[in-house]
Design a protein around this ligand. Structure first.
Ligand code: AMP
Length: 393
């Protein structure tokens, strides 16, 4: 690839089934030059992803930052599922695209839209390097005994049934950011990361390497989420089919879209749940308690997995904003060396900050995640390494 060192910008595209989010970043300082979202893709004015990316292109051009800009070094695409095949950011070629398409059965809701986004972006700028950054990649280092489900090995391997984990770019970013906040090297730190957004997952990171995470074959496993159940006895599915007469698709929708907080109390927004709890609403209180109880189980489990925990980080919408969830999650965990300073915890702030007491053995932090910056950084590092004469390698 023939790039000059003044190609310092990366466009990050997150193509979902009904929306396309974009950010244009300047990699000399990680600053954001433009950001936006095209919603309701597939409806009326934006009939498909081609139309959506045309709109992104138009919005960028209107700011003098069009896709034809010579400063653009690459496009970084968020791709949800990399299977066992993709464990690193990967330069997209026809072969790579074909392999990502083969993974569609593992992520039928996400990968098709990701692939379409890549294809359209390639037609708009065929000469520009396009990089896929996988949500699963950071978890590829999990030991086999953590990635395996205890089911028949041949069946599992035939159908790719194993634990992959998701939100990897966020867990990677936050586990490094918490080390920066503490002024430590990430390789010296054992960290539990709690990514609590509408989707939620926990990870155990030992010396910068992911050793366990709560999501599995799909993003359904693990924590209680906005609309997903998280952990569940798999026999509940047989029961719902046999006794409840529900189809596989109906159970899929139940567990992914109508469960979690919304299933328990009708709201998936923690702000609204907090407001209702303040009014003494029992359903909202139960939803909160189930959510927090699950989190506490994972904190305990990951403490055992890591053996020694140096830091625990809260991130994403709930993790960054809900002092109540943070406080309830760690209440009474002094025995695990985790002690929240309730005053620090209640303070609002925008950057990374410590919320533990001085004597807490585990540093507890709130760290805003930045998946776009992480995707851009990984993308830029890859394309820079492939071209001579740049310092970024
Ligand atoms: P995310 O997926 O990271 O954008 O997180 C979205 C979720 O964050 C929302 O559904 C809310 O439950 C939660 N959230 C956002 N802001 C707040 C807040 N100020 N207090 C509590 N929860 C919040």
């Amino acid at each position: 690839m023939n790039h000059s060192p003044d190609q310092t910008r990366v466009l990050v595209l997150n193509s979902g089934s009904s929306s396309v989010k974009y950010q244009l970043l300047d990699m000399t300082d990680g600053s954001r030059l433009a950001a936006g979202i095209v919603e309701r893709v597939g409806e009326g004015e934006v009939p498909d992803h081609t139309a959506a990316l045309d709109r992104v292109s138009g919005e960028l051009s209107a700011q003098g930052l069009g896709l034809d800009s010579p400063a653009l070094a690459a496009v970084g695409h968020r791709v949800v599922h990399g299977g066992t095949r993709f464990t690193e950011p990967t330069l997209i070629t026809d072969d790579v695209l074909a392999e990502i398409e083969k993974l569609v059965p593992l992520a039928p809701l996400h990968n098709p839209a990701n692939v379409t986004g890549v294809k359209v972006a390639r037609t708009l700028r065929p000469d520009l390097p396009q990089v896929a950054v996988f949500d699963t990649a950071f978890h590829a280092t999990m030991p086999e005994y953590a990635a395996r489900y205890a089911i028949d090995v041949d069946t599992a391997d035939r159908y790719g049934v194993r634990r992959y984990g998701f939100h990897g770019t966020s867990h990677a970013y936050v586990s490094r950011a918490v080390a920066d906040l503490l002024g430590k090297d990430v390789t010296d730190l054992n960290t539990i990361v709690l990514h609590l957004g509408n989707g939620a997952s926990a990870s155990a990171v030992a010396g910068g390497v992911c050793v366990e995470t709560s999501m599995g074959l799909t993003p359904l496993e693990g924590l209680v989420m906005g609309t997903r159940s998280g952990d569940l006895d798999p026999a509940a599915i047989f029961h719902l089919a046999r006794v409840g007469g529900m189809s596989v698709d109906e159970i899929d929708a139940l567990l992914n879209k109508h469960s979690g907080l919304i299933g328990l109390c009708g709201d998936n927004d923690m702000r609204e749940i907090g407001r209702r709890m303040g009014e003494g609403d029992a359903d909202a209180q139960l939803a909160f308690d189930v959510y927090v109880h699950r989190l506490r189980k994972y904190v305990g489990a990951y403490t055992a997995v890591l053996g020694r925990v140096d830091a625990l980080a809260f991130t994403a919408g709930v993790g960054e904003n809900s002092a109540a969830v943070r406080e309830a999650t760690l209440r009474g965990l002094g025995g695990l060396g985790m002690e929240v300073d309730t005053v620090r915890n209640a303070l609002r702030g925008s950057g990374g900050r410590l919320i533990s007491t001085e004597r807490s053995a585990v540093a507890i932090a709130v760290v805003p995640t930045d998946e776009e910056l992480e995707i851009a950084t990984q993308t830029y590092r890859l394309v820079s390494a492939e071209r001579p004469g740049t310092s970024e390698r």
